[in-house]
Write a protein that binds this ligand. Structure first.
Ligand SMILES: [Zn+2]
Ligand SMILES: [Zn+2]
Length: 665
């Protein structure tokens, strides 16, 4: 007998070699019917596998998210079976489950066509309806190689010959189709219900361009119809909103081959960029940051000192200006900021020193990785480094989390996920320092009111880090913000400050960014808003040029014109003269006289003030401008009817009427 522990911690005895399916059947026949796979000691296994030892067992159904991988892997096998039934000469290679779906690579002379996909889909449905048993078999290596060679599957034979000798060769059989596979799989083909083949693409065998080109069929598969429909809808929406497509339509930017991965911003796109920059500058200035600017081209020696040359060399653009001089385009701003920190003597009173830069960085991403604004080679980060003491890590992190939340919220993102990455195996610094850094980061996040997901061992080699993901309206997650604690760079670049007791100490460096890169963030915004930006970001707002007028605001807000000269009934007024100088409180008679002397009018511009504010100006001219502004405003209101509602009273700013408008659709 063996002891099986269930998820509720109950333990029951069963005969040795009982299968997961048999256990499920003993629990209930409906569980057995819904069961897809067994989880034995945290590993997914076939339900048909005999259980030989005491273990923890979970029976998983389509309700368990872990099952998606099984369903997708099953779907990949069914795709291959369908292709073999339709096109017997095509060779199968590999077909894994991937995020949101699966693919299968085939070796075929004749590329698949969209019509082929329809035919393959119909055949897959047929195989699913046949509900064929999926049977696991353990084979002898030589026999397996022989078998696949005999049936003309040379890729499979090649894969088997490379499996380490001590590993079992397992094959999975369904109908006439046999595939080399580690498994696990569900019990029969009928368990796959909701799938769709998505597209065909070329892919080299083993991803190597020296190898033959294969045909890859991509598909998606889900546990419920609703999940499948949601996914297809999401893809459709994402395609409609693709920032590369919208960027072109809206005339925001373009790319061209002469500068791969680098953006040509057009005026409208640049207007969005500038609006964001100004907004962030305002926010961080308020939060106590200073702003700096450092060189883009920097001698190799600094990158050697900082360690980037060793760790990051592949991704850096290097310039050989002469034989003994190598420069590199900066991939990060950090070492340059340390240079500014090192100018002059810093004392503990200077800390925390929050140094920000809208820093232009270059990274030599592979051309295959480039993707519109989302992955570029030249990017501007909203970068900053906070030089602080160990004791300040906590409060700086709390403040940062709050600032980041405010900024994300202003851009319309309210759902934020935080990933906390702690010490990796290879790291600099003592365990004591890591303990301190990790604890203060964790406490700070909790203090800021956030929960986080732990990502063990994923920290940078110089310190733990937080990653901030925002969720867009399609449910996609984008990692934008980051905060990293660094004890190493100040050491390497010899930065120090004088502590309160007069000793020289190393500052801690917090690397942090909120939107990440402007390019990528604008890409995210374009897709989030489908190009219909909130009014404060929109490059073309509802704004109509007119002539600056002192009275237009008054007219627009009050919907009537101000009083002038003899109509003013107050006995005293606060007077502003024709040049804008405040003259203080005068009685009405003196004010009127003054206006007359200047051959101008006295006009009440703030009637509700106590006493009312009056200004000396040319009323005849102003009233015309106010009248024009009023009429324009009426026309705008009319044009917006049914589309948008006006949220704030219109205001004159420079030559524009500014008002907040929100969609009423
Ligand atoms: Zn497989
Ligand atoms: Zn940095």
């Amino acid at each position: 007998m063996i002891n099986i522990t269930f998820p509720d911690n109950s333990i029951k005895q069963f005969p040795k070699n009982i299968t997961g399916l048999e256990v499920a059947n003993l629990i209930s026949s409906s569980l057995a019917k819904d069961a897809l796979v067994a989880e034995i000691n945290n590993q997914l296994k076939d339900l048909s596998l005999p259980i030989e030892f005491d273990c923890h067992l979970r029976i998983l159904t389509h309700k368990d998210p872990e099952c998606l991988e099984i369903i997708r892997h099953d779907a990949a096998h069914i795709t291959a079976q369908a292709v073999k039934e339709l096109f017997p000469h095509v060779q199968v290679t590999i077909g894994p489950a991937i995020e949101n779906g699966f693919y299968y690579d085939f070796a075929t002379e004749k590329p698949f066509t969209p019509e082929d996909l329809l035919q393959i889909t119909a055949k897959m449905q047929d195989i699913i309806n046949r509900d064929e048993k999926i049977i696991r078999e353990v084979w002898n290596r030589e026999q397996a190689i022989e078998f696949f060679k005999k049936i003309g599957e040379f890729y499979k034979a090649e894969i088997i010959s490379e499996i380490p000798a001590k590993e079992d060769i397992t094959l999975y059989r369904q109908g006439n189709f046999v595939d080399l596979c580690r498994g696990p799989h569900a019990l029969s083909t009928g368990k796959v219900k909701y799938f769709k083949l998505m597209k065909i693409a070329g892919a080299y065998w083993r991803g190597d361009s020296n190898n033959p080109m294969l045909q890859r069929i991509y598909g998606t598969a889900w546990a419920t119809r609703e999940q499948l429909n949601n996914h297809l809808h999401m893809i459709e929406e994402a395609e409609k909103r693709d920032h590369r497509k919208l960027g072109k339509e809206l005339g925001l930017f373009h790319f061209q081959e002469e500068a791969p991965g680098m953006v040509f911003w057009h005026d409208k796109g640049w207007s969005i960029y500038n609006t964001i920059e100004q907004y962030i500058r305002k926010k961080i200035r308020k939060a106590g940051y200073i702003e700096v600017r450092t060189p883009v081209v920097v001698d190799k020696s600094l990158w050697q000192q900082s360690g980037h040359w060793e760790k990051f060399r592949e991704d850096m653009f290097a310039l050989n200006l002469s034989e003994d001089k190598i420069f590199a385009l900066k991939p990060m701003n950090c070492p340059c900021h340390v240079q500014i920190f090192k100018q002059g003597i810093k004392s503990y009173r200077d800390l925390p020193l929050r140094m920000s830069e809208f820093g232009l960085c270059h990274r030599n991403e592979s051309s295959g990785a480039l993707h519109g604004l989302m992955r570029v080679r030249a990017l501007v980060q909203d970068d900053a480094h906070i030089f602080c003491t160990e004791e300040q890590i906590n409060s700086e992190t709390v403040n940062f989390c709050q600032l980041l939340t405010e900024i994300y919220r202003d851009f319309g993102f309210s759902e934020i996920k935080i990933k906390f990455s702690d010490r990796p195996k290879l790291r600099a610094g003592t365990d004591e320092i890591w303990d301190k850094a990790e604890t203060s980061l964790k406490h700070a996040v909790e203090e800021a009111g956030y929960s986080y997901i732990l990502s063990p061992g994923d920290g940078a080699f110089y310190g733990p880090k937080l990653e901030f993901c925002l969720k867009d309206s399609l449910g996609r997650e984008w990692q934008c913000g980051t905060l990293q604690v660094d004890f190493v760079l100040p050491e390497r670049l010899d930065a120090n400050y004088i502590a309160a007791n007069g000793e020289k100490k190393r500052p801690v460096m917090l690397h942090r960014a909120i939107i990440g890169s402007f390019e990528r963030f604008i890409g995210i915004l374009i897709e989030e808003y489908s190009g219909r930006f909130p009014i404060w970001l929109a490059p073309v707002q509802i704004a109509i040029a007119t002539i600056t007028s002192n009275l237009s605001n008054y007219a627009l807000e009050n919907n009537n014109f101000p009083k002038a000269n003899r109509e003013i009934k107050a006995s005293q007024v606060r007077l502003v003269d024709e040049n804008g100088a405040m003259l203080g409180i005068l009685n009405i008679k003196d004010a009127l006289e003054r206006a007359e002397r200047a051959n101008l009018d006295l006009v009440e511009i703030s009637p509700n003030a106590e006493p009312p504010v009056c200004k000396i100006l040319d009323f005849g001219r102003e009233i015309i401008h106010a009248d024009i502004a009023m009429k324009l405003f009426e026309r705008i209101s009319l044009a917006l009817e049914g589309i948008a509602k006006i949220d704030s009273a219109p205001k004159m700013e420079g030559k524009q009427i500014i008002m907040l408008v929100s969609s009423s659709l």
